[in-house]
Every structure is written in structure tokens, then in C-alpha cells.
Design a binder for this molecule. Structure first.
Ligand SMILES: NC(=O)c1ccc[n+]([C@@H]2O[C@H](COP(=O)([O-])OP(=O)(O)OC[C@H]3O[C@@H](n4cnc5c(N)ncnc54)[C@H](OP(=O)(O)O)[C@@H]3O)[C@@H](O)[C@H]2O)c1
Length: 253
């Protein structure tokens, strides 16, 4: 089992990112937290300090490639990072019809470019040290395209497949890559959903599962298992069977 002492998390200002920051926070741990909301980041940084961690909180937009690279390389120079979690992400609501072009482009940009902007700057240092762990936030939506959220599912599928392949490329260099695939987690993102969300899980519980998965360098951290199984099955079955079912599901607000 790995023990992480210097951890960077994007999207730490809310939801799963906040819960991850809090669960890793403790004596002897350095946290480097990013998000856009300075106010929320400051409050979360304070909560993590109270748990004994040293915390740097920085307002940074994951779409700003140069700023993210500078943020990550500077943090790594001060204290070599042993875990980087590319967690920041957005979803979109459609109510009826499908995502607008603007929504789709925004979702692809944040969820894919934001992940690449976070991972590439740390790779040279991790390769040189021949150690490190990377956590990539995908989703169970990565198993199958769901009407109502085409860009969201597609962006997460890209992260999932990219991460699986990267894992194989980086393993010989001593770097672990875990693809994180949660089901419905209670956060601001799912707060807008006005439909039943099976096995909805508190963010704190999700963070505990993710932490264990990262410490064990699991390839895929997919949970809860019931939703994971159904999502996987929907992806494996023929669209002739699945499409009529999915088209009846309610869409996100
Ligand atoms: N909730 C679920 O059911 C669920 C399930 C599977 C996967 N996920 C994934 O888990 C991740 C976290 O989602 P969440 O549910 O915790 O949602 P959330 O509460 O809305 O948090 C999203 C986080 O991403 C940050 N973010 C968004 N755009 C950003 C940008 N351009 N630059 C920097 N940070 C940005 C937000 O920071 P600011 O608000 O400060 O900008 C916030 O901290 C996402 O990748 C999401 O797709 C969520």
C-alpha cells in the first residue's frame, strides 16, 4: 500500500474534491489544492489545516494551460508531489433535447483539456523520480453514452481510455495511474438532478473508497458496485436493447 504525503488535487473547492482533500488531510501531509472559487478554497484549506495538514490553496482555472503548468511545477519544486488527482470537471443540463454546442464544447474542454493540463506538467518530474501516482476522475458514465449527457459521457470515456493506456505506458517507470469511476455522488453536480439516483453516496464515503483505491494503485476505482455493474452491462449490450430503455430515462436539469 502506498502512503501519500504530498498531494495535489484540482477541483478541491467543492464536492468530491473537497472530500478527498479532507480525507487525506493529516499530520505530515502537504496538500496543494486548486479550484476557481477563492472563498471556498480558503475555507477548505482551513478545515484541512485543522486536521494537521500543511495546505497551499490556489485559485487556478484548469483551462489555463500555462498557469496550471506553473502552479504544478512550482509546487513540485517546493515539495515533490507523490499523488496528483485530476478531479475538476463539469456536467451540463439539457432538460429536453440535447446539449447545446456551447455546453458540449465547454464540457469537453474542462473534462479533457483540464485533465491533460494537470497531468502533463507533473510527468517529467515523476519519470525522473521513477515514482508517483496519478488519479484521473472519470465516471461510470464512461461505459456508455447516455441520452441527455452526450459530451459528459464522451469526455469521461476519453479520460477512462486514456488513463488505462497511460497506466500501461507508465508502469515500467514506477508511476501508477488509477481511473476513478464513481456512480451518483451527493455534490453540487448531482444536486440539480430531479430524477431518482440509485445508490446515491455521500462524497465523504466516495472519498474513502477513492483513497483506498489510490493507495492500492488500483487500475479502475469503480463504485458503488451495483451501479458499476449496471453501467458496464449497458455498455456491453447491443444498442438495440439498450437504446429504447435509455431514451425513456429523465434528463438532467
Ligand atoms: N457527483 C457525481 O455524481 C460524480 C460522478 C462521477 C464523476 N464525477 C466527477 O467528479 C468530479 C468532481 O465533481 P463533483 O461532483 O464534486 O462536482 P462539483 O461539486 O460541482 O465540483 C466540481 C469541482 O470542479 C471545479 N472546476 C470546475 N471547472 C473548473 C475549471 N475550469 N477550473 C478549475 N476547477 C474547475 C470546481 O471548482 P470551482 O467551483 O471553484 O470552479 C469544483 O471544485 C468531476 O470531474 C465530475 O465529473 C462526479
Amino acid at each position: 500500500m502506498k502512503r501519500f504525503e504530498s498531494i495535489l488535487i484540482t477541483g478541491a473547492s467543492s464536492g468530491i474534491g473537497t472530500a478527498l482533500a479532507e480525507i487525506f488531510a493529516g499530520r505530515g501531509v502537504r496538500l496543494v489544492l486548486g479550484g476557481r472559487s477563492t472563498e471556498r478554497l480558503a475555507a477548505i484549506a482551513q478545515a484541512c489545516r485543522q486536521r494537521g495538514a500543511e495546505v497551499e490553496a490556489t485559485a487556478v482555472d484548469v483551462l489555463d494551460r500555462a498557469a496550471v503548468a506553473e502552479w504544478i511545477t512550482a509546487a513540485d519544486r517546493r515539495h515533490p508531489l507523490d499523488l496528483v488527482i485530476a478531479n475538476a470537471g463539469v456536467s451540463g443540463g439539457t432538460l429536453k433535447g440535447t446539449e447545446t454546442e456551447d455546453q458540449a464544447r465547454r464540457i469537453f474542454a474542462v473534462n479533457i483539456d483540464g485533465v491533460l493540463n494537470t497531468v502533463y506538467p507533473i510527468l517529467p518530474a515523476m519519470l525522473e523520480r521513477k515514482s508517483g501516482q496519478i488519479g484521473l476522475m472519470a465516471s461510470l458514465a464512461a461505459y456508455r453514452g447516455f441520452p441527455g449527457a452526450p459530451a459528459y459521457g464522451a469526455s469521461k470515456a476519453a479520460v477512462r481510455v486514456w488513463g488505462e493506456a497511460l497506466r500501461g505506458d507508465l508502469a515500467p517507470s514506477g508511476i501508477g495511474v488509477s481511473v476513478i469511476m464513481p456512480g451518483f455522488i451527493k455534490t453540487a453536480m448531482t444536486g440539480a438532478n430531479n430524477f431518482p439516483m440509485p445508490f446515491l453516496m455521500p462524497a465523504e464515503r466516495a472519498a474513502a473508497i477513492v483513497r483506498r483505491g489510490l493507495e492500492a494503485n488500483r487500475a479502475r476505482i469503480a463504485f458503488p458496485w451495483q451501479t458499476a455493474f449496471v453501467a458496464w452491462l449497458l455498455g456491453a449490450l447491443s444498442p438495440r436493447i439498450v437504446d429504447p430503455l435509455l431514451m425513456r430515462l429523465p434528463k438532467k436539469d
